[in-house]
Design a protein around this ligand. Structure first.
Ligand SMILES: Nc1nc2c(ncn2[C@@H]2O[C@H](COP(=O)(O)OP(=O)(O)OP(=O)(O)O)[C@@H](O)[C@H]2O)c(=O)[nH]1
Ligand SMILES: [Mg+2]
Length: 457
């Protein structure tokens, strides 16, 4: 799910570079890509328009954080808007009311109402230790009643029988009576679906709803259903006091548009997502997680935040100033770098969070870049004299042996470190302005310094 969208968004963001400030001009291309990505993902056009407008409003004039690329800054903004759109807080099920607490499920035909009712029942029984009963008011289709009965038995919920052609209101009354009598905590009401929204159907569901007086009214929507389903969401939302959306079939290859559209159109939070046909395949919905998944950025965002927090700005500025004055990147500077990495939880922790490019063997990379290695490198530098740190070229064979001995390592370890330093010094020199800044940008998702991990463009 969401592969298209995430691919496009991250590509677009990566291409955005240069300027220290986001402007109408420099985000234009990226926003066009985001727009296309959203349309490709079946997000409704008006939704796309207002979403893009909000991002533009928020982004233009935004100062790019010291350690971020403009692309990352924009991704941060898009992420925040996505979270906002998908609903900031998913509240837990409202179960505190006087029993029986009634949960009501409505939606189009085949959306997954009956399956979801069973999933909710199972969850309530197993997790919340509730006594659960289920009832179907789908009186036009005898098979629907039987389907719910079978599922109720499977998950261990009570089942209030109903008959084809019976008056739905009467069924609801009976279900409420029976639930009170048998001390049921939660009563789930499964309704009939229709192929299209029509008045007759709407009137019927509104009628049943009024009788059931549910504490939660869920609109169940198939994440692969596209625009029609989103229009149905609007229709249901205007007639029923929807308290939440349940997005089903999120395990399929849906493009993610329905999640965004339904949130924008109804303004109601997505509460759960269905991720399979089995009765345990129901997850709580987390806007943060969904937004990150849509952006496909791994945990880059949290990494970006960490870098912003923990990097010692004074040191960064000192180094930047030094590089500007034409003095080189020496081994003491390298030591500062390594120590900063250790304070960020080491390379292994950082690599965990980076979405490694395809073909990179994550295990192998991690092995070569663990905390222990960082500590060794720092130990080597610590065994040098200040003069050696300042002028690495003076480190000859006998000095290397002394340094290796001092740090409890081999001469070849010293050689490796010196080589690594040389590469970094060269890279630093190449970066005409704000070398350190750029290097940290690299760490934020662009790439790791040579010799410290996989090269990424
Ligand atoms: N893969 C997958 N399939 C699901 C999910 N939820 C429901 N389904 C399948 O979708 C089909 C329709 O589900 P139902 O629960 O019968 O849908 P409904 O909304 O009750 O349908 P009507 O009663 O006909 O309106 C079934 O084959 C379910 O197994 C899900 O989260 N993932
Ligand atoms: Mg059904």
């Amino acid at each position: 799910m969401f592969d298209n969208l995430s691919g496009r968004l991250s590509d677009a963001a990566r291409k955005l570079s240069g300027k220290g400030r986001l402007t109408d001009a420099n985000i234009k291309d990226t926003l066009r890509q985001v727009r296309l990505a959203l349309l490709e993902a079946d997000v409704a056009l008006p939704v796309v328009k207002s979403f893009i407008d909000r991002i533009r409003d928020r982004a233009v004039g935004e100062e790019v954080g010291r350690s971020l690329t403009p692309g990352q800054e924009l991704v941060k903004i898009i992420h925040a808007e996505l979270v906002q759109l998908l609903g900031k807080n998913t509240q837990p099920l409202e179960l505190r009311a006087q029993p029986p607490v009634v949960l009501f499920l409505a939606g189009l035909q085949g959306a997954g109402k009956t399956t979801t009712a069973a999933k909710l029942a199972r969850r309530l029984i197993e997790k919340n230790k509730k006594r659960v009963a289920m009832v179907s008011v789908d009186v036009r289709r005898p098979a629907a009643i039987l389907q719910l009965k079978t599922l109720a038995t499977e998950v261990g919920a009570a089942f209030v029988d109903s008959e084809a052609r019976e008056n739905p209101r009467k069924i609801v009354d009976r279900a409420l009576d029976e639930s009170r009598r048998t001390h049921v905590d939660v009563l789930l009401v499964d309704t009939a679906g229709r192929l299209h929204v029509d008045d007759e159907m709407m009137n019927e569901v509104v009628d049943v709803h009024a009788r059931a007086k549910p504490h939660e009214t869920f609109f169940v929507i198939d994440s692969m259903a596209g625009q029609d389903a989103v229009n149905a969401a609007r229709a249901f939302d205007s007639r029923l006091p929807i308290t939440g959306v349940i997005l089903t079939k999120a395990d399929g290859d849906a493009k993610g548009g329905v999640a965004l559209s339904v949130s924008e159109v109804t303004g109601k939070p997505i509460r759960f997502i269905g991720v399979g046909e089995k009765t345990d395949a129901l997850e709580e919905f987390h806007p943060e997680r969904m937004a990150s998944r849509i952006l496909g950025m791994g945990d880059v965002l949290s990494l970006v935040e960490e870098i912003e927090d923990k990097v010692n700005r004074k040191k960064v500025e000192k180094l930047a100033g030094k590089l500007k004055k034409g003095r080189g990147f020496d081994l003491a500077d390298l030591r500062d770098q390594l120590e900063q990495m250790m304070s960020m939880g080491g390379m292994a922790a950082m690599l965990e969070k980076l979405p490694l490019p395809g073909g990179v063997n994550a295990a192998a990379v991690k092995e070569g870049a663990d905390d222990q290695q960082l500590r060794r490198q720092v130990a080597i530098i610590n065994s040098m004299t200040p003069q050696e740190r300042r002028f690495p070229k003076t480190i000859n064979g006998s000095r290397k042996r002394r340094i290796a001995g001092g740090s409890g390592l081999q001469v070849q370890d010293v050689n490796r470190l010196l080589k690594q330093h040389q590469q970094m010094a060269r890279m630093m020199k190449k970066m005409s302005r704000g070398g350190m800044k750029n290097m940290l940008r690299g760490l934020g998702g662009g790439g790791l310094p040579p010799g410290m991990g996989p090269g990424r463009s």
